[in-house]
Design a protein around this ligand. Structure first.
Ligand SMILES: Cc1cc2nc3c(=O)[nH]c(=O)nc-3n(C[C@H](O)[C@H](O)[C@H](O)COP(=O)(O)OP(=O)(O)OC[C@H]3O[C@@H](n4cnc5c(N)ncnc54)[C@H](O)[C@@H]3O)c2cc1C
Length: 458
């Protein structure tokens, strides 16, 4: 433990880094953040914030498409000006980054634009964008350098037709036919967003169904919605290469089939940005995938060096990065701290409808890893869903056998990202199903179905 007047140096200004810096500054530490690409990190500038803003426009368009059902004429004829959509997104991201910049400065954090490297466990070099170099001594170092899209030699992005998710906001017109390679969270979200915006989309998925890591019932609903919305979903189709072909692109699958389109979007995972930072030289242990090994209070294998966010590979979410960063500072600077508990993390996939989850999973139950009961309630019978002309989706609640404590849940619904909060509160605070069921909900509301599922678990 070190005194709160310590100096803290943070490498990376994404959610892992900037949230940690705010905590450390508030605790009285002298804090310097070195960031290469802009405050807010990839989260704000290229990943989470832009993609969610794109989804917002797509969801708005999706709402219009059910206009006729609600008695609104002509709404489905609306179309998208992608250049305007992308201008708004980039401006929104820049504003968010500037807000974070101002907030850090207001809290007394020193900011250096440039690249940080570790010279030794308590010594960091900043090679700044303005050409000067600075060596800083630190009682505590936090590495929060994030991750970057995985690319392959047979599928090199060119920024024009073969794109990573960071490059799509330069498009000034909807792709004639977009091939999205990868059906994990990023691939699924962006494929559905472009369908919502009016593009023709083929999703190339190496697995049997989309979103292989997610709740199987939820993934099935979403895959059905994808197909109904006109997406071509190629299951069990592993990409071998992506190349320019004529005026468009050609995706070749490992079984020899080819798929032609105007553009390809590669969403085949991320790699941690941990190379060339001096980590291994300083004795910091990395995993085989290059992620930094950390414990539940964000300590690395070297005293005084902490790590947070996507560079650790613990769970690639902005909310988790931010919490890991805060925990690191609370621990390093001697405040009360609870270790990170992944079983309490709620997460959302921003398809339309959204999939939100918290706590234990159906797979853990099915694999016999945990004992729990569950109830699944389709939302089609919910009065509010009928009023909104919403037919897909469900609420699933997991409860511990015996105690009836809520252990997790899944919500597939519009704004499931908001609806998961009552279940997250229940999981965090060990509420039982009767306590959830006896809490008043609004009539009519989607949350009524959460209470109803809990009631059925009595
Ligand atoms: C398309 C997409 C959508 C997503 N949507 C969501 C979502 O809806 N919700 C959610 O919770 N999560 C989402 N995520 C995940 C989320 O973006 C990441 O978990 C989050 O950005 C991780 O934060 P971080 O601080 O670890 O890294 P980052 O946000 O990547 O920031 C790292 C920073 O470190 C800087 N850096 C790197 N190396 C150095 C160096 N040597 N010196 C100085 N600076 C350096 C980089 O320039 C960058 O600014 C999404 C991810 C993707 C790809």
């Amino acid at each position: 433990m070190v005194s709160v007047r310590s100096s803290v140096v943070v490498l990376g200004g994404g959610p892992g880094g900037y949230e940690a810096a705010l905590v450390a500054a508030r605790m009285g530490a002298q804090v310097t953040v070195i960031d290469r690409d802009g405050l807010g990190g990839a989260c704000v500038l290229t990943d989470c914030v832009p993609s969610k803003a794109l989804v917002s426009t797509a969801a708005f368009m999706g709402g219009l498409s059910s206009g006729a059902t609600l008695g609104v004429l002509g709404a489905e004829r609306a179309s998208v000006d992608l250049a305007a959509v992308n201008r708004r997104i980039l401006a929104l991201a820049a504003t968010q980054s500037a807000d974070i910049h101002r907030r850090l400065l207001a809290d007394g954090v020193r900011l250096l634009a440039g690249v940080g490297t570790l010279l030794a466990p308590g010594r960091v070099r900043a090679t700044c964008a303005d050409g000067h170099t600075e060596d800083l001594d630190a009682d505590v170092v936090l590495v929060a350098t994030g991750a970057t899209p995985r690319t392959m030699p047979t599928a090199e992005p060119d920024g024009e037709r073969i794109l990573t998710w960071k490059q799509i906001y330069a498009l000034d017109a909807l792709p004639g036919k977009l091939i999205v390679v990868g059906s994990g969270v990023t691939g699924a979200e962006l494929a559905h967003a472009y369908i919502g915006l009016g593009a023709s989309v083929t999703l190339v998925s190496s697995r049997e169904r989309v979103l292989p890591g997610e709740d199987a019932d939820a993934a099935t609903v979403i895959e059905d919605v994808f197909r109904r919305d006109g997406m071509e979903v190629l299951g069990r189709s592993r990409m071998a290469s992506v190349e320019r072909h004529g005026s468009g692109v050609r995706v070749t699958l490992v079984d020899g089939r080819t798929v032609d389109g105007s553009h390809a979007l590669l969403a085949v995972g991320s790699v941690p940005q941990t190379g060339g930072l001096g980590l291994e030289e300083a004795g910091i242990e990395l995993t085989a995938s290059g992620h930094i090994e950390v414990d539940a209070v964000s300590r690395t294998s070297v005293r005084g060096v902490y790590a947070a966010g996507d560079c650790t590979g613990v769970l690639p979410l902005a909310s988790v990065a931010a919490m890991q960063g805060r925990i690191a500072m609370w621990h390093a600077l001697g405040d009360a701290v609870s270790p990170l508990k992944l079983s309490r993390v709620s997460a959302t996939i921003f398809t339309m409808p959204e999939i939100a989850t918290v706590g234990i999973t159906q797979k853990q139950i099915d694999d016999g890893l945990t004992e729990a009961s569950y109830d699944m309630l389709p939302l089609a019978t919910n009065a509010r869903a009928k009023m909104d002309s919403f037919h897909d989706g469900f609420v699933k609640v997991f409860s511990r056998k015996g105690s009836g404590t809520v252990a997790g849940g899944v919500v597939v619904a519009p704004r499931a990202s908001e609806l998961i909060y009552p279940l997250a509160l229940a999981v965090e605070n060990h509420l039982n199903v009767d306590q959830v069921a006896s809490t008043f909900t609004i009539y009519p509301s989607m949350t009524g179905s959460i209470a109803e599922a809990a009631r059925r678990l009595h």
